[in-house]
Design a protein. Structure first.
Length: 248
């Protein structure tokens, strides 16, 4: 109530010698650069292979399955208020648990030299913040970039005949989409949780065709704003003290 009375004082008091005090703290200004760090679980989806080098009667088919793995990302972005742009680096790692192959109705033996697979990606992304009342801010967005997948070769064999393919580091187009919820813990810091979809298109090499790569993830993270200072609030005006009355 006292603040309301002070804000309602006539402007003439300021002209009579009042001086404004510093602004009252207001809501955080989100505009400016920020850095983010997130980590969590990743669920790679099955990868399918098709090869027709033995003809239509003996199509070679394979499926790779992987356990849930780990993912982490580091980002640098700029917040425009309602929209954010971000450049991020993402690392994912998982373990291949099964490699199933067949040539027509005949099963093939398959071996993987090292079951560990990983990927490193760089994405340029755009996000839309959907502010609601309070500190909670839902957001959605996505981006495209470059993904390098690192794996070891797979060897399939039957009756003494074998063929090895894959392995090494393969670069390709990558993409991602996110939906999350941020909590503005302070003017400079946000805590967030998000659901992530990351993928890369399928590709062909000779007669071998590979399905698109995809994975789902759940990450927790922290965002630090280099700006984030409180926006200016209304100035509080305090009248100057009246001079003492002259004594007779």
């Amino acid at each position: 109530m006292l603040v309301g009375l002070l804000l309602g004082l006539p402007l003439g008091l300021q002209a009579a010698g009042a001086e404004p005090l510093p602004p009252l703290p207001g809501p955080a200004d989100p505009h400016g650069f920020y850095a983010s760090l997130g980590a969590g679980a990743s669920w790679p989806q099955p990868i399918h292979y098709d090869d027709n080098q033995l003809g239509a009667l003996l199509p070679i088919k394979g499926t790779l399955l992987a356990d849930p793995g780990f993912a982490a990302d580091l980002g640098l972005g700029y917040d425009f208020g309602r929209w954010r742009t971000e450049l991020s680096y993402v690392h994912r790692q998982a373990t291949v648990t099964a490699s199933k192959w067949s040539a027509g109705p005949f099963p093939l033996a398959a071996t993987v030299a090292d079951p560990q697979v990983s990927s490193n990606s760089v994405f340029a992304s755009l996000y839309a913040d959907l502010p609601v009342n309070g500190r909670l801010v839902p957001y959605v967005g996505g981006g495209i970039g470059y993904t390098a997948v690192n794996s070891t070769a797979t060897t399939i064999s039957v009756r003494g005949l074998s063929q090895t393919f894959g392995g090494g580091s393969n670069g390709m187009l990558g993409y991602q989409a996110k939906a999350g919820l941020a909590y503005r813990a302070s003017p400079r810091s946000d805590l967030f949780s998000e659901v992530v979809y990351q993928g890369a298109p399928g590709r062909s090499s000779g007669s071998l065709e590979r399905s698109a790569l995809s994975s789902w993830g759940l990450r927790l993270g922290w965002r630090y704003r280099f700006g984030g200072i409180p926006a200016g609030g209304p100035a509080v005006v305090v009248p100057a003290a009246a001079p003492p009355a002259a004594t007779p």
